[in-house]
Design a binder for this molecule. Structure first.
Ligand SMILES: [Mg+2]
Length: 351
């Protein structure tokens, strides 16, 4: 059984600003772009959240909800510096860490000898060290896998900890609303609600066959998540370069038109997968992959900040014509900007 900790700073950018400028502590504060430049909120503190202000909201709208909101531009260099300090504290405890963004990381402490190997006590120690050494509070979730650890860190936020022991997994997941599952967006949640599925317990009533029929390959994932199963490893020192979806067909596709007819389903699934990642990462290009019945394959890339059916179709046509044979597999994907680039870009947006 693995021991995973998910650590998440509480309103990170705002927390750094409140630490450095005590006058901000008790007033509604947001870091974001200017309303008159169509800016958006990057982070806000809890007094601002009490008014309904949220990340990614237009600043103009946030100011309507909370006219007294103080909106300041971000200092990415500063946040990156504090983030590095916090990640160094995590690395003291485990070399197996996967940062998800500047303020969030998974740690695998399965083999850790500290605190007699108690993941809960390690998490408490991390919370204390981070606040003592950087002045920033974090919330931690402790669980046997990534999916549950991430849900747990949110459970007693801010400045809290929540532990799901292996023996509690089943009961915890049973009552969990399906909307909490990674990959279940509003559309999927509505679809599930229409068939009376609101919790993971309800979801367990459906067979794998029923789930795959309604949700394609994601059905398998729903089957596992609703039982608290998530085998994903902690991936260290990795920067994800792309995200993609592939389908292998039971019988070969014999024409370009037949290939093109699969674009809507493939691109929908890609967008669904990209859904939650999108808060941290943005795309910088598209690619289409084709595998032919002679097992040759080709990939067509296109640098672009937008995606639409015409672009996908153009790439797929180009790839098909390169080989012009029956097709056994189609894939579509986004190339992603690395996080460093994005932070800089955010800074540009704010200044
Ligand atoms: Mg956070």
């Amino acid at each position: 059984m693995r021991k995973i900790i998910h650590c998440d700073c509480d309103c990170f950018f705002a927390a750094v600003e409140m630490r450095d400028n005590p006058e901000y502590t008790d007033i509604p504060l947001a870091i974001g772009g200017r309303a008159d430049r169509r800016g958006v909120i990057a982070t806000c503190n809890y007094p601002a959240r009490a008014y309904g202000v949220r990340s990614a909201m237009a600043t103009a709208h946030a100011l309507k909800l909370c006219p007294a909101l103080t909106v300041i531009p971000g200092r990415m260099e500063k946040y990156r510096h504090v983030s590095a300090q916090i990640m160094a504290i995590y690395r003291d405890v485990s070399s197996c860490i996967e940062p998800l963004s500047l303020d969030e990381a998974y740690l695998d402490v399965t083999d850790s000898k500290e605190h007699q190997g108690s993941a809960t006590r390690i998490a408490q120690m991390l919370r204390e060290r981070v606040v003592n050494e950087t002045g920033i509070t974090i919330s931690a979730g402790v669980a046997p896998n990534k999916f549950l650890a991430k849900i747990a860190s949110d459970w007693n936020k801010p400045n809290g900890i929540f532990v799901i022991t292996p023996s509690e997994v089943d009961r915890f997941v049973q009552a969990l609303p399906v909307g909490k599952l990674f990959g279940v967006g509003r559309k999927t949640a509505e679809k599930l609600k229409s068939i009376n599925v609101q919790t993971c317990g309800d979801l367990r009533e459906l067979s794998i066959a029923q789930l795959t029929e309604s949700f394609g390959r994601f059905g398998q994932r729903l089957y596992e998540l609703s039982r608290g199963i998530d085998e994903r490893e902690i991936i260290t020192d990795r920067v994800r370069k792309s995200i993609s979806v592939e389908h292998t067909f039971a019988s070969d596709l014999l024409s370009l038109d037949e290939c093109l007819s699969h674009i809507p389903a493939l691109s929908d699934e890609l967008l669904q997968r990209f859904g939650k990642l999108k808060q941290q990462r943005s795309m910088q290009g598209l690619f289409v992959k084709l595998k032919f019945n002679d097992f040759s394959q080709t990939t067509i890339e296109h640098r672009s900040l937008i995606h639409n059916e015409e672009l996908w179709s153009a790439l797929m046509s180009q790839g098909y014509q390169r080989v012009n044979k029956p097709v056994r597999l189609l894939g579509v994907g986004f190339r992603l900007k690395d996080q460093e680039d994005e932070s800089l870009q955010q800074l540009d947006l704010w200044s």
